[in-house]
Design a protein around this ligand. Structure first.
Ligand code: AMP
Length: 503
């Protein structure tokens, strides 16, 4: 037996001279380079003492070498542990202290700040830069281009990804070789990826979306990727005539919609636009279709579960829904408190089960136990419903639910009414402490520039469309909503900003 996921990847290589990654400065990394380079990095890791099961924590900028390092981890049997490049040394201290990696790889520019943190956690510190530089790169260059892969089975860990956790400490989701392999194989089929595909990759690679959904899928399809360091609408527009597909967070689509060059002609070489990680506004879906003729395919997943549901490749891609459970994945809606499975159409907790679902939280058996039902379903924390056609709808995170005067208000229901009003770009509904109601429904709205809109107009328009208890107690106008790099609106930050609104 060799390394399960890496074996699967190698078994699907179309040819060693085929390009897997092309960068903006026209560097080309072939599948042959992946094999050689990952062997060199694997030898380098082994020389640092990495053995199967050891964590390799990595906080580096996006580069093809970072991908070689991921593959090298698979080959040594190490557990890849990517960290958001925005994390501060104090945050890194928590992650390294929790994960206890054998090696910590950081950017050459941050080594001085992080050396003592790594030492404190007992990790060897190495560096890897974006210019094929850094101490680990030097070590890898000196190593042979062949490696005897460690024996790793389906159930062995391939990666630990810390959740972005807005409340409490973030948790390390343990993902097995088969969690990643089975999900990527499903996505190759469901989204029809082939060797002819060229994906525009402008996502970060420390998150499940850019790392696993995008990269593993393209690897198992034997396709290619254009690698962009970050979202760059001009660069994406230029690449589209040479690409076939893009995976992005909703911000990609809203940004590209502002690009004067976006039209049917510019996107005619593309076969598929996929969105996920945060809700895509129905308005964005509609505008994109009008301008390009393409219906964006929205899917739903999370760090712990990989991808759960997707709109269909053929058939209706319904705006405001995340489609059907993927083949092999079971999804159901349950009462959040009792776990009782609810009737079709009712709103409740989305629960999922399948080979995609993670093994548990790193060193948190109690927390893990609390988030699974006895029959093995994982409690996602997302509230939603399944409609009569089987499409899954998400109405918000459980913790974003607003409880006002004892009534539940699902943010999405109010947000979609507000978003449909003239002069509104988008909105966020939050619950803010209120002396009478417990929480007051509060609307934070981004208006179009110069729009003739105010609190009174919004409330008048909503009156009669929503039950009284769902109407915002206050409406606030802002220029933009706070978002993280994955496009998620930071509702916890909004709640903090407006914490004293009703005091
Ligand atoms: P993460 O673990 O960072 O990938 O975040 C996962 C969370 O993102 C999910 O639990 C959902 O709350 C949210 N999410 C992902 N995809 C979608 C989507 N298509 N629509 C709405 N929310 C989404």
């Amino acid at each position: 037996m060799a390394s399960y996921l890496f074996d699967l990847i190698t078994s699907r290589i179309p040819s060693t001279d085929k390009v897997f990654i092309e960068t903006l400065d026209s560097r080309k990394i072939t599948y042959g380079d992946l094999l050689d380079g990952s062997a060199r990095f694997a030898n380098a890791l082994a020389s640092l003492g990495v053995v199967p099961g050891d964590r390799v924590a990595v906080q580096v900028e996006k580069s093809p070498e970072a991908i070689l390092l991921y593959l090298a981890c698979l080959r040594t049997g190490g557990v890849f542990l990517p960290l958001n490049t925005a994390y501060t040394p104090a945050e890194i201290e928590y992650f390294l202290g929790d994960a206890r990696p054998r090696v910590f790889v950081c950017d050459p520019a941050t080594k001085d700040k992080l050396a003592s943190v790594a030492a404190g956690a007992g990790a060897a510190i190495e560096t890897l830069g974006v210019k094929q530089d850094g101490s680990l790169m030097e070590k890898a260059k000196a190593q042979p281009a062949s490696f005897k892969d460690a024996a790793r089975g389906q159930d062995d860990l391939a990666a630990i990804l810390y959740t972005s956790g807005t409340t409490g400490r973030s948790k390390g989701a343990m993902l097995t070789q088969d969690n990643l392999a089975s999900n990527a194989l499903t996505l190759v089929d469901y989204w029809r990826f082939t060797r002819d595909d060229v994906l525009i990759h402008a996502l970060p690679i420390y998150h499940t979306h850019g790392l696993f959904v995008a990269m593993n899928t393209l690897l198992l399809a034997g396709g290619s990727m254009f690698f962009l360091p970050k979202l760059d609408a001009d660069a994406i527009m230029k690449l589209m005539p040479r690409a076939t597909s893009m995976m992005g967070v909703p911000t990609f689509y809203t940004r590209l919609l502002q690009h004067p060059g976006l039209n049917k002609e510019a996107t005619k070489h593309m076969r598929l636009f996929i969105s996920g990680s945060a809700p895509l506004l129905a308005e964005t879906h509609r505008e994109w279709r009008e301008k390009t003729g393409h219906a964006i395919l929205e899917r739903y997943g999370m760090t712990e579960t990989n991808m759960n549901t997707s709109n269909p490749y053929d058939g209706d891609r319904v705006a405001g829904t995340v489609g059907f459970p993927l083949p092999g994945v079971s999804a159901r809606i349950a009462d959040p408190d009792t776990g009782k499975v609810l009737a079709q159409g009712e709103i409740g907790m989305i629960e999922v089960k399948g080979p995609n679902v993670f093994k548990g939280y790193w060193q948190m058996p109690e927390k893990t136990k609390a988030e699974f039902r006895d029959d093995g379903f994982f409690i996602t924390g997302d509230l939603g419903k399944i409609d009569e056609r089987g499409y899954v709808h998400i109405v918000g995170r459980g913790k974003d639910l607003v409880i006002t005067g004892g009534f539940n208000v699902y943010p999405v229901e109010v947000e979609s009414e507000i978003d449909a009003l003239p002069g509104v770009v988008e909105s966020a509904i939050i619950g803010v402490n209120h002396p009478d109601f417990g929480e007051g429904v509060t609307a934070v709205i981004v208006p179009h520039k110069g729009a003739d809109i105010d609190e009174k107009k919004v409330l008048t328009a909503l009156d009669g469309r929503l039950a009284k208890f769902k109407l915002p107690k206050k409406v606030i106008f802002v220029e933009e909503l706070p978002r993280n790099t994955m496009g998620k609106v930071q509702k916890a930050a909004l709640r903090e900003t407006y914490a004293n609104l009703y005091k």
